[in-house]
Design a protein around this ligand. Structure first.
Ligand SMILES: C[S@@+](CC[C@H](N)C(=O)[O-])C[C@H]1O[C@@H](n2cnc3c(N)ncnc32)[C@H](O)[C@@H]1O
Length: 293
């Protein structure tokens, strides 16, 4: 049962409204920290997300939460992580925007093997940049694993990063609801998932042999130096840039290009065309771009 004082705080949280000045302060902080632009029309969404943190901390007003979050003397880094976790939108799916996985299979991988010629083993390096809860890098792992089984000289390494610590925890666990497998073909379901023995059998788990081929790391695209040393054959950075303003997108695109090997591919979300951006990339398929050799 709620105590009277706790009930009063919860009441206060639900009746609180964000003043224009405080909205601007939160919006500016979010943009500086992670590049996400929050339009004024999104105020109800922002209020809803802030309320979650206020409930967790039992802080009754937006002002009290702002004081807590922005309290530099406490260097409130834990709360900044929680706050950014609440702000990010993590929608994703296995094999989302499926033609990208077909293109990877039919063009990118075969071209890579042809380029590698007679080397004993060639490692294909790919980055799922903004991987959310892991469905994207695990979808890549299924395609790459299948390809590796047919090509003895092929090996791969997948790096998967996201800002959101909560999403990464799900990704690392590799545990999903069975309903999320609708777009996974029956062969992959059989090969790469174990069906948990929960009473309702609703949970499935990515098999360790696949999970261990994906390295997950927390990484913020606002970090000036991207700590990736080896050039990448492909980057999937999909449905991330839509949340950024144009200068942030331009900066991110140029840093991603810097990490691609000559001839490497950048995959963006289907609604994130790079038309109108000045880059060296050549469009080769819908939302797929290639760096010159
Ligand atoms: C909508 S999800 C897209 C997931 C996946 N790429 C897909 O297309 O299905 C966008 C992801 O970008 C992440 N993100 C947003 N801003 C970020 C930043 N500044 N640095 C790193 N990741 C960020 C979010 O946490 C979120 O998980």
């Amino acid at each position: 049962m709620l105590t009277n004082s706790k009930a009063a705080i919860i009441d206060s949280i639900f009746s609180a409204t964000l003043t224009p000045g405080l909205f601007d302060r939160f919006a500016q902080f979010i943009q500086q920290r992670c590049g996400i632009r929050i339009e004024r029309s999104k105020q109800p969404m922002l209020e809803g997300r802030l309320r979650k943190r206020m409930r967790a901390l039992l802080l009754p007003t937006f002002e009290s939460y702002a004081d807590y979050l922005f309290d530099q003397s406490n260097s409130n880094t834990d709360e900044i992580v929680n706050f950014l976790d609440t702000i990010t939108t993590n929608k994703t799916d296995f094999f989302r925007e499926a033609p990208h996985f077909d293109y990877l299979r039919s063009t990118v991988l075969t071209e890579f093997m042809a380029q590698c010629g007679r080397r004993d083993v060639s490692t294909f390096r790919i980055w799922s940049a903004g991987c959310s809860t892991g469905e994207e890098p695990y979808s890549l792992a299924m395609v790459l694993n299948e390809f590796a089984e047919k090509n003895a000289a092929f090996s791969y390494a997948i790096l998967a990063t996201d800002l959101c610590a909560r999403a990464l925890a799900v990704a690392k666990s590799g545990i999903y609801d069975i309903d999320q497998l609708d777009d996974v073909n029956p062969e992959y379901r059989r090969r790469y998932f174990s069906f948990n023995r929960t009473p309702d059998r609703r949970r499935v788990c990515i098999l360790p042999e696949l999970r261990e081929n994906v390295v997950f790391k927390r990484f913020n695209f606002m970090t000036p130096v991207f700590p990736i040393r080896q050039p990448l054959q492909a980057i999937f950075c999909r449905n991330v840039m839509i949340y950024f303003d144009r200068p942030t997108r331009e900066q991110l695109i140029s840093r991603l290009i810097g990490k691609l090997a000559p001839g490497g591919y950048l995959f963006t979300g289907h609604s994130e065309s790079l038309a109108g951006y000045r880059t060296c990339l050549k469009p080769v398929a819908t939302a797929v771009y290639q760096k010159p050799r």
